[in-house]
Ligand binder design. Structure first.
Ligand code: NAD
Ligand code: MG
Length: 384
């Protein structure tokens, strides 16, 4: 029996992970962590019976403790709680379905404890990839991508070995839907409201990543995620807009052969693939119907009007602490936009201003990454 822990069990990826667990029936959930949705977490604890559960605040922990007093589950809270869930001794795989850079410390702790990571929390890899990738090698743990594009690339690389070495990737073609505002100019996006930006054409996801998809910041983060996961340069990752989200990404090899992974837009596939890799399991749900589909269209990304993507390439190429500034500025800006404190276009303005203000640190430690995050927040708060 496989054993897993989940950071962010009440979110979009977290709940779909538990659906996969339920459908398969041969995975044991040892530990769950969530932010503040105590009612859902309680239901999950009753159904999956983990030994350990974490929430973010002490107050919520008290509430949860009362709710599950009849069960044999330990309730913990705060960063220590997340670290406890991440390192729960019995679990083999940690699913990082938490949102934001808060995932850095628990992910590193889990790897140090020898756990494989089913990685959804891209912000951690974007900001600390230079620490995570060597650590994975050193500890002999696997990073199993959950992000649909990276799972697609991972699947395209299956069997691409010759004489024990991986065949060289010429280029990664990272597909993008283009989001709900594809085709609009910057001026036409000025008045966008929270409700508009939360309507993604193909995928149903958490709020932050849905906003990131609309600004193309998500694609920018994914380019950096791909760079770390697959050991390529930023310029080897080419974004291809494919509005139907049928091709989840492609790899071009040195001989010009292109491998692609296709499917319906359902995150349960990459989640299940990560949990059972390299085994494929039956997955109920819709299948691609090529007769209904008829055509798959491609477009170039619009770097002019979607500056979030251009800034991501710039941050990724500069490396060091710059991806942290890019990501931290975006995290704060998106939460301010969701709280209706700033307009839509200010998200990208904030990222740009924070990047211009920052003095690059070449090879930041975890402490320096977290310090850079704090400084970025302070800078934005002082200016807006
Ligand atoms: P979400 O907002 O739906 O869920 C986030 C989860 O993290 C929730 O369970 C929340 O309670 C928990 N959380 C947040 N802050 C916390 C804290 N301080 N302490 C403990 N728990 C906390 O987000 P999501 O859409 O599921 O995305 C999760 C991650 O997966 C993100 O990094 C996102 O970029 C990535 N991802 C998501 C999708 C998707 O389809 N949703 C696809 C690819 C990648
Ligand atoms: Mg993705």
């Amino acid at each position: 029996m496989k054993t897993i822990g989940i950071l962010g069990s009440t979110g979009s990826i977290g709940t779909q992970t538990l659906q996969v667990v339920e459908q398969n029936g041969d995975i044991k959930v040892t530990a769950l962590a969530a932010g503040s949705n105590i009612r859902l977490l309680e239901q999950q604890i009753r159904k999956f019976r983990p030994k350990l559960a974490a929430v973010w605040t002490e107050e919520k922990a008290k509430e949860l403790k009362q709710a599950v007093a009849d069960l044999d589950v330990e309730v913990v809270w705060g960063m220590d709680g997340l670290l406890a869930v991440a390192t729960e001794p019995e679990s083999e795989i940690l699913v990082t379905a938490i949102v934001g850079m808060i995932g850095i410390r628990p992910t590193i702790a889990a790897m140090e404890a020898g756990k494989d990571i089913a990685l959804a929390n891209k912000e951690t890899l974007v900001t600390a990839g230079h620490i995570i990738m060597p650590l994975a090698k050193e500890k002999g743990v696997r990073l199993l991508p959950v992000d649909s594009e990276h799972s697609a690339i991972f699947q395209c690389l299956n069997g691409e070995h010759s004489q024990g070495r991986a065949n060289k990737i010429h280029k990664i073609l990272l597909t993008a839907s283009g989001g709900p505002f594809r085709g609009r100019t910057r001026e036409e996006m000025a008045g966008i409201q929270v409700e508009d930006a939360l309507k993604h054409p193909n995928w149903s996801m958490g709020q932050k990543i849905t906003i990131d998809s609309s600004t193309m910041v998500n694609k920018g983060l994914e380019v950096m995620e791909a760079k770390w996961l697959f050991g390529v340069e930023m310029d080897q990752v080419q974004v291809v807009v494919q509005p139907q989200s049928v091709i989840h990404s492609m790899v071009e090899f040195e001989d010009g052969a292109v491998m692609a992974q296709l499917g319906t837009p359902d995150m349960k596939l990459p989640i299940q693939y990560a949990l059972y890799y390299p085994e494929r399991r039956v997955l109920p749900g819709d299948r691609l119907d090529f007769w209904k589909l008829k055509e798959i269209r491609f477009e170039k990304p619009d770097f002019e009007n979607f500056q979030g993507l251009s800034l991501a390439y710039r941050a990724g190429k500069m490396g060091g602490s710059m991806p942290t500034v890019f990501n931290a500025a975006n995290e704060l800006a998106v939460s301010m936009f969701l709280n209706r404190k700033i307009g839509y276009l200010t998200i990208v303005d904030m990222i740009q201003a924070a990047m211009e203000h920052h003095h690059l640190i070449e090879n930041p430690t975890v402490e320096q990454i977290l310090e850079t995050e704090k400084e970025t927040y302070e800078y934005i708060e002082s200016r807006w």
